[in-house]
Write a protein that binds this ligand. Structure first.
Ligand code: BLG
Length: 486
């Protein structure tokens, strides 16, 4: 009896001691990655500097990956700190560093080889690898046509892996891997004929098409693949689980779709011809009016590149344009708008730009307070084009359809209805060419994106000569056209 009690007591002591030990163990255990991020109040992310991922403009940081990862940091309630790497190998190497970045958000796709270097999140964007060639040269149509061509890809990229795989089948295949270039450089090199071919993802091609009028898609090499964020190897799932929940959430609530729409949804707006023309006009026409855009933008507190984008959509930066309906000038003001904005001569580019800027900001100030940026800008643009009455009609239709009247994505679906009798007869302001503001906004967004990229501070001062614009693929030595006669 006595022996049994003693044994029980000893067991109890042992259990308590073990419990304490385990408890102590838990206390001194390293915090999980997620806990560390929250404690530090900073989410460190590594990416690449490119238009499809991350870049800085005068308004600050931007890019598809940036916007997505910023929302994740906001959800966690921490500050986002972005670092950029020169090549993909460095991105993966930095993930394992003790005080390094915890997420790589750089348009990465997973592969068997990469799974040895990192763990990957749920997917957020589907892309297809595409072989790119120069217009006018013979078009490769399948893998065997790549043999004998000068091909370059990013060092350490999934595309390099693809080519390595292909080389097993076609041993004569040659390609270079470079870590001194970004995707934009590869496309420029094809555009300028320095290399024959490159292999890049479809989203990058679509985004950059406008800068490189000669680049063409030859064919898709392989199936579509998913882009994912990467985290360090190991068995700490805290951050990865949180990321996956976030990606699932933005997929479900439409945020991801809105971002795709913002960055990739309007990429085909210009087409090859439009892209080439725009690149020419950037060099030849914009410099004449840039100072007026900048001055009016400063006066009205709006981004000058947005004004310039409106001006391009309206008149292709030609001050003497008149529409069939008598709307005139670089910013296409109606007589009524011009009078209201104090414009005495609509054909004077300086006055037109000033009047347009004032009118745009006025339209913006008239919008409901519940419409938030960036939708607020798209709504103000639509109102600039179709008038605020018709825009309100489209918002009411959206509400009736159970859509969100404060979201551009929803209201733009309703605007074309304003030209169909069954719909417009029920509205307050009646018929309008409702399709026009939809194209108007899509085009301006595209021009604005391009202007944002070509005027970013990193490019200014380096490749920039006489104007503040860097336009890859456009020969600055060509004579500029004559100013249109007023
Ligand atoms: C806009 C006016 C709005 C006006 C709408 O028309 O012009 N915007 C400006 O003057 C800046 O004020 O709204 S309203 O006052 O509530 O009626 C609707 O009338 C100009 C638009 C019209 C459009 N471009 C700016 O975007 C245009 O020129 N259409 C002509 C097309 S075509 O070539 O004649 O077919």
């Amino acid at each position: 009896m006595f022996a049994q009690t003693a044994l029980r007591q000893r067991c109890a002591k042992w259990l308590i001691a073990t419990g304490l030990f385990l408890l102590l163990g838990a206390c001194v255990d390293k915090p999980s990655t997620l806990e560390r991020v929250k404690e530090d109040g900073v989410l460190r992310v590594i990416t690449r500097n490119s238009p499809a991922t991350y870049f800085e403009d005068r308004n600050g940081e931007t890019g598809f990956e940036y916007e997505l990862v910023k929302r994740f940091a906001d959800d966690l309630g921490v500050e986002l700190k972005i670092e950029t790497a020169d090549n993909l190998d460095d991105i993966f190497a930095s993930l394992g560093q003790p005080s390094g970045p915890v997420i790589a958000a750089a348009g990465l796709v997973s592969s068997e080889k990469r799974k040895l270097e990192a763990r990957f999140s749920h997917p957020y964007l589907e892309v297809t690898p595409q072989i790119i060639y120069r217009n006018g040269k013979s078009r490769p149509t399948d893998a065997k046509d790549l043999v004998g061509k000068r091909i370059m890809v990013l060092k350490g990229s999934s595309h390099a892996e693809q080519l390595a795989e292909l080389k097993k089948q076609y041993p004569a295949l040659q390609y270079e891997e470079s870590d001194a270039v970004e995707v934009v450089d590869l496309l420029r090199m094809v555009d300028e004929g320095q290399i024959d071919l490159t292999l890049v993802d479809s989203n990058e091609v679509a985004m950059n098409q406008v800068y490189f009028p000669n680049v063409r898609v030859a064919f898709d090499l392989g199936d579509a693949r998913d882009q994912r964020w990467a985290v360090a190897l190991g068995d700490d799932n805290s951050l990865l689980n949180e990321i996956n929940d976030f990606i699932d959430k933005v997929q479900k609530n439409g945020t991801l779709q809105r971002l795709k729409d913002r960055y990739y949804g309007h990429v085909d707006v210009l087409g090859y011809v439009g892209a080439y023309t725009f690149a020419q006009h950037l060099q030849q026409r914009l410099p004449r009016y840039e100072k007026h855009f900048r001055t009016s933008a400063k006066d009205e507190q709006v981004d000058w590149r947005l004004l310039a984008a409106i001006g391009y959509q309206e008149s292709m930066w030609q001050p003497a344009v008149t529409s069939k309906t008598g709307v005139r000038g670089l910013m296409m003001l109606t007589q009524r708008t011009a009078e209201a904005m104090g414009v005495s001569n609509r054909l004077d580019p300086q006055q037109s730009i000033k009047g347009g800027a004032k009118y745009f900001m006025y339209m913006k100030s008239q919008l409901d307070d519940d419409i938030e940026e960036p939708d607020r800008t798209w709504f103000a643009l639509a109102a600039y084009n179709v008038g605020s009455g018709h825009l309100d009609d489209a918002r009411k239709l959206a509400k009736q359809e159970g859509l969100n009247p404060n979201k551009w994505l929803d209201v733009k679906k309703m605007l074309p209805r304003l030209s169909q009798k069954q719909w417009y007869r029920k509205t307050r302001y009646g018929y309008a060419r409702g399709g026009e503001p939809v194209h108007f906004v899509a085009n301006i967004r595209r021009y604005y994106d391009i202007l944002t990229w070509v005027t970013q501070p990193q490019l200014e001062g380096s490749q920039v000569a006489d104007s503040n614009l860097h336009v890859p693929g456009v020969d600055k030595t060509k004579p500029t056209e004559q100013a249109p006669q007023l």
